[in-house]
Design a protein around this ligand. Structure first.
Ligand code: NDP
Length: 680
């Protein structure tokens, strides 16, 4: 029975035991919160004065590498975390979501950072746009780390995943975090934070942990800070209305309880595989984590003529779900997180039952297995049937446990209307085998949902599940679901960055963004840029090639080689009648001829050309035109070393192919892998 500690200003705080935290399995005390009040002035001053400058001495790529190393470090120690997580009432599969799902988000953000972010703290969000007729004045956007602190307030259901899914993008963005886990399961978050601190991988102060109350912290938040919140809509409302947050326009991102739905479309019969998929998905969302998932299906919307079939199939599955201490062989569903949650869910089910019929509940053979479970926080899977779908309490009352309500509908439009009555949800599932029904649903459904799973037999082969938020997809939802954004790949990182529009000459914008902008000053390279190693290429280094006059023989040869005899290249009569009025060279010939102009043929540091982006053929090249290419180093992306590859980086080259009148004929960026001079 340890006393949990907060981690503030680089040291662990808390010696005296305060509130006992009970095991959800048997009620025994697992840990105590600490009694000592925290000094939030010190915490904020440490975050701003020590952690922030330390983080800003690193760049996006450095921090991506830290996340990867941290993920590997935690993965090696995951069994310690599973042992602690068992007290929350979770089965191994539930804890997997929390622990390995959480570590997975670190890996995911490490990968996003490594691939999509520069080796600096300025992220260019292009493309730039011309603001003047002659390209002397352009505009673009940059995103830079906010010079503030991220306060993450988390829910009790996923203490580790909840912490890491917010920590990863904010750390990558360069913001120190203060994490406040929900008290009920804070012993899991504390264990994870302790491992992070012990790893020595994260700069001191980048993560501070608050056990218990946030005291006067909200008074201390400033304009550059950010709050993210996961929990109940009521708490979200109270916190986001804090006068200091309003006064200083501190962004408040909320993910609140949402009444997610699953719709069985009218085309699915009990003989279709989609019917079984639907039943399996609903039952899984009821029982995984004992239904304590923000994404769980609370409203099960089914055709009126399928209610009996759905109810029978669901009851059969729920009957087979063994509830109890997950340590007991065969147990598939654990407990709610605390006695308080147990009482809360019971109260809400009682309220729902006033307007519903109880189809399956504790009366149906509910007997949790295991020792001492009568002191635990178990709750029976509960299935209700609304008497009137449109007015049911299920649209506004959330029982945060293994509970769902069947809502019958007449026609499909009614089903979609019922889905909207949740007033905004994190996720919804539509189970159908008809693409036209899916397309019909989207305009209504998507307007009220953060995410939508369309489930059919094909998707089922690889379906990640209605309830699984994926790091690369946005996980927030509108309205009642909080209106926030969580996860979402690069978008989540951008939440912790400040976007600024920059306007100026191409030369200035090149210097600011670290990316060459067409029309900006270039450095004529004395040696061919392809003969330089990655480290030696500077953005703006440029080569103007020799010229080449395109003849009819080129077109004929290219047509013969490629088999492309399109009339614009080969039919004098048809080409004359076309808008160009004459035969022109193949665009792909221009592309190939340009490569012939700028490539340096001998072996060298350029290892491979792996593609091109933003290709446009602008002015056609006619027989007799003379073309020339300008190749300019546009951007550099460093690549972390890998055992199976020579040390290398990516260089994007801006290519402009022009004719004898200086008109732009082709424009694109080629991407090359370039060896580093120094290995490793
Ligand atoms: P709460 O909204 O009560 O708590 C969420 C977080 O806010 C916790 O960390 C809590 O800390 C903190 N908090 C509460 N009051 C304050 C305050 N005045 N100042 C600062 N922080 C505060 O939600 P619960 O975790 O108790 O869950 C209640 C309901 O929320 C559930 O029944 C469910 O409906 C919903 N929920 C939604 C989730 C989602 O992901 N959308 C996830 C979990 C729950 P502390 O624990 O110390 O009070």
């Amino acid at each position: 029975m340890s006393t949990l500690q907060s981690y503030i200003a680089g040291r662990w705080v808390g010696e005296r035991a305060a509130k006992p935290l009970a095991s959800a399995i048997n009620g025994r005390v697992v840990a105590h919160t600490h009694e000592e009040a925290l000094d939030f002035a010190e915490a904020m001053s440490f975050a701003r004065g020590t952690a922030l400058p330390g983080l800003l001495r690193t760049h996006f790529q450095d921090r991506a590498r830290v996340l990867k190393a941290l993920a590997a470090y935690l993965m090696e120690r995951k069994e310690e975390l599973y042992a602690i997580s068992a007290h929350t009432g979770s089965t191994r599969a539930d804890s997997w979501i929390d622990i390995e799902g959480g570590i997975g988000t670190l890996f995911a953000y490490a990968s996003i950072g490594g691939k999509d972010l520069p080796s600096s703290n300025v992220l260019h969000e292009g493309p730039p746009m011309r603001l003047g007729a002659n390209n002397h004045f352009i505009g673009s956007h940059v995103l830079v780390p906010k010079r503030g602190v991220a306060l993450h307030i988390n829910a009790f259901n996923f203490p580790m995943w909840g912490m890491l899914e917010k920590f990863a993008p904010s750390f990558l963005a360069g913001m120190p975090c203060l994490v406040k886990p929900a008290t009920a399961t804070s012993y899991v978050a504390e264990a994870c934070a302790r491992l992070i601190v012990d790893s020595g991988l994260v700069p001191t102060g980048a993560l501070q942990l608050i056990i218990g109350s946030t005291g006067d912290l909200f008074e201390r938040l400033d304009e550059a800070d950010v709050v993210t919140f996961t929990g109940s809509a009521d708490t979200a409302l109270m916190l986001k209305a804090h006068p200091n947050l309003l006064k200083k326009s501190v962004p408040f991102n909320a993910e609140a309880d949402s009444l997610n739905c699953a719709i069985l479309a009218p085309d699915v019969t009990p003989d279709d595989p989609e019917f079984d998929l639907f039943i399996k998905e609903v039952a899984r969302e009821m029982t995984a984590k004992a239904g304590q998932k923000c994404t769980a299906i609370r409203r099960t919307i089914v055709p009126a003529n399928r209610v009996d079939a759905v109810a029978t199939a669901l009851k059969a599955r729920l009957f087979r779900t063994v509830v109890g201490d997950p340590a007991v062989e065969g147990v598939r569903m654990g407990a709610l997180a605390s006695r308080a949650q147990q009482a809360d869910v019971a109260e809400r089910v009682a309220q729902l039952a006033k307007s519903c019929e109880l189809l399956f509940s504790e009366r149906d053979g509910f007997a949790p297995r295991g020792e001492g479970v009568s002191d635990g926080s178990f709750f029976a899977p509960t299935l209700l049937l609304a008497r009137d779908s449109a007015t049911s309490d299920a649209h506004h009352l959330e029982a945060f446990g293994p509970v769902t309500t069947l809502l019958p509908y007449g026609d499909f439009e009614e089903a979609l209307h019922l889905a909207t009555l949740g007033r905004g949800s994190l996720v919804g599932t539509l189970c159908t085998k008809t693409p036209a029904l899916a397309a019909q649903a989207v305009p209504t459904f998507a307007a009220w949902h953060g995410r939508m799973l369309v489930l059919d037999r094909e998707a089922a082969l690889e379906n990640t599940g209605h309830g699984s938020p994926l790091p690369k997809l946005k996980h927030g939802g509108p309205g009642r679901a909080g209106g926030g954004e969580e996860l979402g790949g690069l978008r989540a990182v951008k939440h912790y960055l400040q976007r600024c529009a920059v306007q100026g000459s191409p030369t200035m914008i090149s210097a600011i963004t670290g990316e060459y902008q067409r029309g900006g000053a270039v450095t004529e390279s004395d040696i061919h840029p392809f003969r330089r190693y990655f480290e030696d290429v500077e953005v703006g280094m440029s080569l103007l090639t020799h010229r080449r006059t395109v003849g009819e023989a080129d077109i004929v040869a290219f047509g013969g080689l490629s088999g492309d005899y399109f009339y614009m290249h080969f039919d004098e009569v048809a080409a004359k009648a076309s808008p160009f009025g004459r035969r022109i060279a193949h665009g792909y010939f221009v592309l190939s001829a340009a490569a012939g102009l700028f490539v340096s043929p001998a072996p060298g540091p350029v290892l491979a050309n792996y593609g091109l982006e933003n290709l446009r053929f602008v002015t056609p090249v006619a027989i007799g035109d003379t073309i020339q290419a300008r190749l300019t180093a546009k951007r550099k992306i460093d690549r972390p070393p890998r055992d199976d590859q020579p040390a290398q980086g990516v260089i994007g080259w801006d290519v402009a192919v022009t004719n004898q009148r200086d008109e732009l004929c082709a424009s694109y960026e080629i991407l090359t892998l370039v060896a580093k001079r120094v290995a490793g």
